[in-house]
Design a protein around this ligand. Structure first.
Ligand SMILES: Cc1cc2nc3c(=O)[nH]c(=O)nc-3n(C[C@H](O)[C@H](O)[C@H](O)COP(=O)(O)OP(=O)(O)OC[C@H]3O[C@@H](n4cnc5c(N)ncnc54)[C@H](O)[C@@H]3O)c2cc1C
Length: 398
């Protein structure tokens, strides 16, 4: 109460005394509460001309709409320093997720809450006007410069769940989605590792497998099936998850479920000849050797053709194309990313349907547009052909 009355008096003094038109009041409150308070008071009396001007300035602000709160969207937002834009961020996720730590979330090495940062907290720190709407963009209308959105809340306010947002500049950063390559049964039966919720689902799934296998009514053969964990995809995410799972099983779970210890099996399926084939050969060799020592069964040259609720079928890409099906308890699908439907629709509209990601120039501007930018996993920079570029440069010099 005393603090408020101090402010009231200070504010009256400032209004009465124009020479103190701008005053920075720094009040340090010590004592029982401890801590400090920094307050800025702009004592200029509210005058009509000023407020009309500021309303006009607000109205004139260029509208920047950002789709997505992942790495690309957040990097863009964090670097926005110019307050003369009205920024609206639209994403079905009201937090940023630190994806490199997701494999650790699957096994509880890291808690989910440690790898996320609420968007509203990030936005609050900015001196730019940023508004956040928790919704997904369902379509982009470049002709009328608007995006059509739908709230992701399961609300009973059907009609109000859909809305449109106008933009002067659009920043598309919606990322990509897990790619199933249309393999039958993957969508229905496999786990994915893309979002925080996916990692939490996997964690629950692993524990469920162990609890099921510990039931007294099962045969050892049934237990072996339930404790067969299959990871599809030998890229960084699949390999990291397999390694985390191995450590989780051998360091923690075998102590809690000693009777099923010998029955656990981890298989890693990879279609090409090696895992981690995008890295240096020495890294690939080290990882393969380590997995071999740890008892993780790495099957390279093995393409998955079908996943049912009990079995996963593969075809060997060499040696006569042997087809086999093995029972499993859990399949984690991690074979890379594909284009989101909203991006595919947009690419059709702007004549880029032959691409897998939105093509941009070096300035991340979507080809064929002057006010739409795209970045991150949903976009790709179209590299200009050096010789063509040099030829046009030489022509200019003539
Ligand atoms: C488990 C895992 C580990 C990884 N580890 C690494 C690593 O160590 N190093 C590395 O470089 N990369 C790593 N990656 C890849 C990295 O996470 C991606 O390259 C990066 O997230 C791409 O950023 P982005 O902003 O394009 O997409 P994302 O980070 O996926 O963000 C997309 C955003 O768009 C939102 N969105 C989706 N649809 C819509 C819509 N219709 N409308 C509006 N918003 C929408 C999403 O909710 C999300 O907020 C990893 C990925 C995973 C899954």
């Amino acid at each position: 109460m005393r603090i408020y009355s101090f402010y009231e008096r200070a504010s009256r003094v400032l209004h009465d005394n124009q020479s103190l038109s701008k005053l920075l009041v720094i009040v340090t409150i010590s004592g029982a509460a401890g801590g400090s308070l920094l307050a800025y008071s702009d004592s200029e009396p509210p005058d009509a001309a000023n407020s009309v001007a500021s309303v006009e300035t607000e109205r004139m602000k260029r509208k920047v709409v950002v789709l997505g709160t992942g790495w690309a969207g957040i990097s863009f937002m964090k670097n926005l320093k110019n307050p003369s834009y009205d920024v609206q961020v639209i994403s079905p996720r009201n937090y940023f997720a630190f994806t490199p730590l997701l494999p650790s979330v699957t096994c509880g090495t890291v808690e989910a809450r440690s790898v996320v940062e609420p968007i509203r907290r990030i936005v609050k720190k900015k001196n730019v006007d940023v508004h956040f709407w928790e919704a997904e963009c369902v379509s982009i209308d470049p002709v009328n410069k608007k995006v059509n959105c739908r709230s992701t809340q399961n609300a009973d306010f059907d009609k109000k769940a859909e809305f449109s947002v106008d933009y002067d500049y659009l920043v598309i950063a919606v990322g990509a989605q897990s790619n199933t390559f249309n393999v039958p049964g993957v969508e229905e039966n496999a786990y994915f590792l893309k979002e925080v919720e996916d990692a939490q689902k996997i964690r629950r799934g692993i524990i469920d497998c162990f609890e099921k296998a510990a039931l007294p009514t099962l045969t050892d053969e049934e237990r072996m099936q339930i404790l067969h964990f299959v990871v599809v995809g030998g890229g960084p995410t699949g390999v990291e998850f397999a390694a985390e799972l191995h450590d989780f099983v051998t360091e923690d779970l075998v102590r809690l479920y000693p009777k099923v210890k010998e029955l656990v099996k981890i298989t890693l399926l990879e279609a090409t000849d090696h895992i981690l084939n995008m890295f240096d050969k020495r890294i690939t060799a080290f990882a393969e050797e380590k997995f071999h020592r740890d008892g993780i069964d790495v099957k390279t040259g093995s393409r998955v053709t079908k996943v049912t609720d009990k079995e996963i079928s593969t075809i060997a890409l060499k040696n006569g194309g042997e087809v086999s099906s093995v029972p499993y308890g859990m399949v984690v699908w991690s074979t890379g990313i594909g284009t989101r439907p909203v991006i595919m629709d947009f690419m059709k509209q702007i004549g880029q349907s032959n691409r897998r990601a939105l093509g941009t120039d070096e300035w991340l501007r979507v080809e064929g547009s002057d006010n739409i930018y795209a970045m991150g996993d949903c976009a790709t920079i179209i590299q200009r052909k050096v010789m063509v570029y040099l030829a046009s440069f030489c022509n200019c010099l003539r």
